[in-house]
Design a protein around this ligand. Structure first.
Ligand SMILES: O=C(O)CCCC[C@@H]1SC[C@@H]2NC(=O)N[C@@H]21
Length: 297
């Protein structure tokens, strides 16, 4: 598989290391940082043998799926601001996945679409480039791709992709930040405890094509973020792409489960829940379930 970065990424100085196999692209990017690499550098692996997910879970990438990590320079950015890069990554990934659905629609899905539904993006008052959201009453002709707090990506409500943000302080005091992207493209791993989707059901795009879109969309999103100074714009974009805003959620935290209405995310990226008694609660870490009988992804 021949990976390449978008022209926009290359001209911003992003580089790419492609591997046939690695333990974990996040681990490799962090090893390079320890060896003095500053980034921005993408690391991909066709086969990842010890991929890691959030909350200490393993992440399995069957052949043909995307495993890619980005080592970013973050000198002068406070750790709590660096943490908001997860929302930058989420916006970029959703936009790249929507690009893939739009520019390489799946032959299966194309046949299913009704002619009057194909122009959904042009009709939608909410539409911007790559937006798969349809106006009320009109079904999209391809998957509805949305974010789930903090930074999972869902296709038609099933987990399509995950993001793992890791930061370390290196000897000498420099901070290294790695953003890892795992996308089910060719297949979903077996035996997952949640419903999962693969991009191949919605798009003919392969992993190299998706990386090219992602590297371009990341450059765009990180420019808006502007070392955290533009987080309010990222927050707005994230909310436009999010699933379940204004709807019932329950959030499983370490000690308790909180239920209420998913109101928004705040200026730190925390989940804001309106509880049934009218009080607002903010959540920094937890597992979100939509509705009353939803399954967590
Ligand atoms: O749990 C999640 O949802 C996050 C999954 C992140 C997986 C990706 S695959 C590429 C990168 N390397 C890793 O070891 N993990 C991330």
């Amino acid at each position: 598989m021949q990976f390449r970065l978008s022209q926009a990424a290359r001209s911003e100085g992003y580089r790419l290391h492609s591997h046939d196999r690695l333990d974990s692209t996040n681990s490799e990017a962090m090893r390079l940082a320890h060896g003095g690499e500053a980034g921005p550098l993408w690391v991909t692996a066709q086969r990842q043998e010890a991929g890691r997910g959030r909350r200490g879970n393993a992440w399995t990438s069957p052949d043909g799926n995307l495993a890619a990590s980005l080592l970013l320079p973050v000198a002068g950015v406070a750790p709590e601001v660096v943490a908001t890069l997860g929302f930058v990554a989420g916006c970029a990934l959703v936009d790249a996945l929507r690009d893939a659905c739009r520019s390489a629609p799946s032959p299966r899905r194309q046949g299913e679409g009704r002619d009057d539904l194909v122009v959904v993006e042009a009709l939608s008052p909410h539409a911007e480039r790559g937006d798969a959201l349809a106006p009320q009453g009109i079904a999209p002709s391809h998957a509805a791709i949305h974010l789930k707090w903090p930074n999972d990506v869902l296709a038609d409500g099933q987990k399509l992709a995950g993001i793992l943000l890791e930061a370390e302080t290196l000897p000498g005091g420099r901070r290294a930040v790695v953003v890892g992207f795992g996308v089910n493209i060719a297949a979903t791993p077996e035996g997952l405890p949640y419903p999962a989707a693969a991009l191949s059901a919605f798009s003919a795009a392969d992993a190299p094509m998706l990386l090219e879109f992602l590297s371009e969309r990341f450059v765009e999103a990180v420019r808006i973020w502007n070392k955290g100074r533009g987080f309010s714009n990222i927050r707005r974009r994230w909310l436009e792409r999010a699933a379940g805003v204004g709807a019932p959620v329950s959030v499983r935290m370490a000690e308790a489960t909180l239920t209420g209405m998913f109101e928004t995310i705040d200026e730190g990226g925390r989940l804001v829940i309106l509880a049934p008694d009218g009080t607002r609660r903010t959540v920094t870490a937890g597992e979100v379930h939509f509705g009353s009988a939803a399954t967590a992804a």
